[in-house]
Design a binder for this molecule. Structure first.
Ligand code: GRF
Length: 222
């Protein structure tokens, strides 16, 4: 009998192209996971429709319905626990999550961030890379910890900044690599090849990695 597939929930606030890349990888037989829930803080998020079209259960939590940020987060994790998810992927989830509420998920929750962390935590990463005159830009997938965009980086995709890049073009060019990076990292999790070694080290196949894995020709290399 084959091993049970990893049960994954995804949180997204926006259009959901990264979620789509995960669904596509699963459908292509390249990602052995089951998506058990897609949640959002925005009722009109494109990601919710993509999930519905793919037959994945969805839920929306409106932050306005909660007096305190932590109350929202507690309800969020209650729903995620109820979904049976083992791993949680933040794919464009635009909320800061309370550190205490997320603590039980540390090591089981990843986020994709459009910069070469530790550069440019937070918003407007493409603009900031251009303004700094960076010759290289990229995206990172990291374990989520209480520190915003600050958890240990698992893997990165790098692209050269081109002369014709403005914020939108750079973001769009990078997105194509995000769509390879996130499924590749989740696949490693599904194959139980990744571990967070507290507090801030990442292990692949039981060995600490000295630097984030790099995406090359669609594959992650050490
Ligand atoms: C991506 O750029 C991701 O890196 C960032 O938010 C964006 C989400 O895009 N965290 P999409 O909704 O997956 O298309």
């Amino acid at each position: 009998m084959s091993a049970p597939r990893l049960r994954v929930a995804v949180l997204a606030s926006g259009r959901g192209s990264n979620l789509q890349s995960l669904i596509a990888a699963r459908d292509a037989g390249q990602l052995p996971v089951d998506f058990v829930a897609v949640g959002s803080d925005k009722a009109d998020a494109g990601a919710l429709q993509l999930a519905k079209d793919a037959g994945i259960p969805t839920f929306t939590l409106d932050p306005k319905g909660f007096a305190k940020r932590r109350d929202f987060d507690i309800e969020l994790f209650r729903q995620l626990d109820a979904s049976g998810a083992q791993v949680l992927v933040l794919a464009g989830f635009m909320r800061i999550i309370d550190g205490q509420a997320l603590a039980p998920w540390v090591g089981r929750m990843i986020n994709i961030h459009p910069s070469l962390l530790p550069k440019y935590r937070g918003l407007h990463t493409h603009r900031r890379a251009l303004e700094a005159g960076d010759v290289e830009h990229g995206a990172s997938v990291h374990y989520v910890t209480a520190e915003l965009d600050g958890g240990p980086v698992i893997a990165q995709a790098r692209i050269a900044v081109e002369p014709g890049d403005d914020e939108a073009r750079l973001a769009q060019r990078l997105l194509a690599f995000e769509h390879q990076l996130l499924p590749a990292v989740l696949k490693l999790m599904a194959e139980q090849r990744l571990d967070l070694i507290a507090p801030d080290r990442v292990a692949l196949d039981g060995k600490l990695i000295a630097a984030p894995l790099q995406l090359r020709n669609g594959e992650l290399v050490d």
